[in-house]
Design a protein around this ligand. Structure first.
Ligand code: SAM
Length: 331
């Protein structure tokens, strides 16, 4: 049993943390970090450049400096090395899309009590959103995967495999990293039709259009065309209830040749369902945004694989920034 002692100050800090969250979101939305670039600018100059209110932006810049996201010398503000690396659109490590996706989630999180009361979602599903919401969701997945893939891919040996199915692959980031790591591998990204332009653009950017193709479809309704010897299910099972997950796994297995590898990448809860923290919170995020989606425990995922006839089911020991985990099996 956990008997952590909380001090009132710590609880108030936790309660008010959204002030910092919203400050970061506003700065990314206004694109403060890209627009500052390599310059050192006064609040007045920033106000002119962003076409915002000078006094107000000065408060924002001071708060960002207090949060150590900007550096201030005299009355001028500049990016820090970290803000330039992660918050400027000019950087390949840019995290602004996922930050904007988080921003789109804030209004629903503010109504979590209602969702818990009714046991129903508050917002539309991100996978089926459109316009700017869809772009920040999909390219947010790209931001996350660009940081996680280099840690995961070397731990998963698919060197003997020839054709990977990246089911619900979004912009194709993992297919891209698997192909870069395994020079003889081809991949197919299967996702909803609206994802196609994002995936094709991303795959082209990495010059892999000759090895990675895109198949448009709905994995709950449509058949998967082709035959594969490996399937990668990354962050798709948490969008469905247990029945939907079983359906997806069955469909993936049907597209595989005997002896193929199935790899699940998820935010995996421990078997008592009360940690680690990120998967536990993520399950609430799925309550807010889906009919039956949730985070699953290692045992629940392994049971789903067993019911689909999989063998040699094992957890691969990997450590990622948000406690995502890998389970592999042979079918
Ligand atoms: C959370 S994202 C994960 C993207 C990618 N696998 C990754 O890990 O970065 C879920 C993906 O599943 C896709 N998706 C959701 N429902 C789907 C369905 N019914 N059929 C096909 N794709 C779906 C979404 O469009 C989205 O690209």
């Amino acid at each position: 049993m956990n008997n952590r002692k909380w001090h009132p100050g710590e609880l108030l800090e936790l309660s008010g943390y959204f002030w910092r969250t919203c400050t970061l979101h506003a700065a990314v939305k206004l694109d403060v970090f890209t627009r500052l670039g390599d310059e050192q600018l006064s609040a007045g100059a920033v106000a002119t450049r962003l076409e915002v209110a000078p006094d107000a932006v000065q408060r924002l810049l001071n708060a960002l400096t207090a949060m150590e996201l900007l550096a201030k010398a005299g009355d001028r503000y500049a990016n820090t090395p970290s803000s330039k690396a992660f918050l400027s659109k000019k950087s390949p490590q840019y995290l602004g899309n996922i930050i904007m996706h988080h921003h789109h989630l804030v209004a629903s999180w503010a109504q979590l009590d209602l969702s818990v009361r009714k046991g129903k979602p508050i917002r539309q599903r991100s996978s089926f959103s459109d316009g700017e919401w869809r772009e920040s969701f999909l390219m947010g997945m790209f931001n996350m995967a660009m940081n996680t893939a280099p840690m995961l891919i070397p731990e998963i040996d698919i060197s003997a495999r020839r054709h990977l199915l990246d089911l619900g692959g979004g912009p194709g980031t993992y297919a891209i990293h698997f192909c870069r790591h395994n020079p003889d591998l081809k991949a197919t990204v299967f996702d909803l039709p609206a994802t196609q332009p994002f995936a094709e653009k991303t795959i082209k950017r990495f010059e892999l259009s000759d090895r990675i193709d895109f198949q448009a479809g709905n994995y709950l309704k449509d058949e998967i065309q082709g035959h594969y010897d490996a399937v990668w299910l990354s962050h798709i099972l948490h969008g469905e209830g247990p029945d939907g997950c079983r359906q997806i796994i069955q469909k993936a297995v049907a597209a595989l040749e005997p002896g193929s590898i199935i790899i699940i990448h998820e935010f995996i809860l421990n078997n008592t369902m009360d940690g680690p923290l990120f998967p536990a919170l993520f399950s609430l995020n799925m309550l807010l945004g889906t009919d039956a989606g949730q985070a699953y425990s290692e045992q629940q995922l392994m049971d789903m694989l067993t019911s689909a006839g999989a063998k040699q089911i094992q957890r691969v020991p990997v450590q990622t920034p948000n406690d995502s985990g890998i389970i592999t099996a042979i079918v």
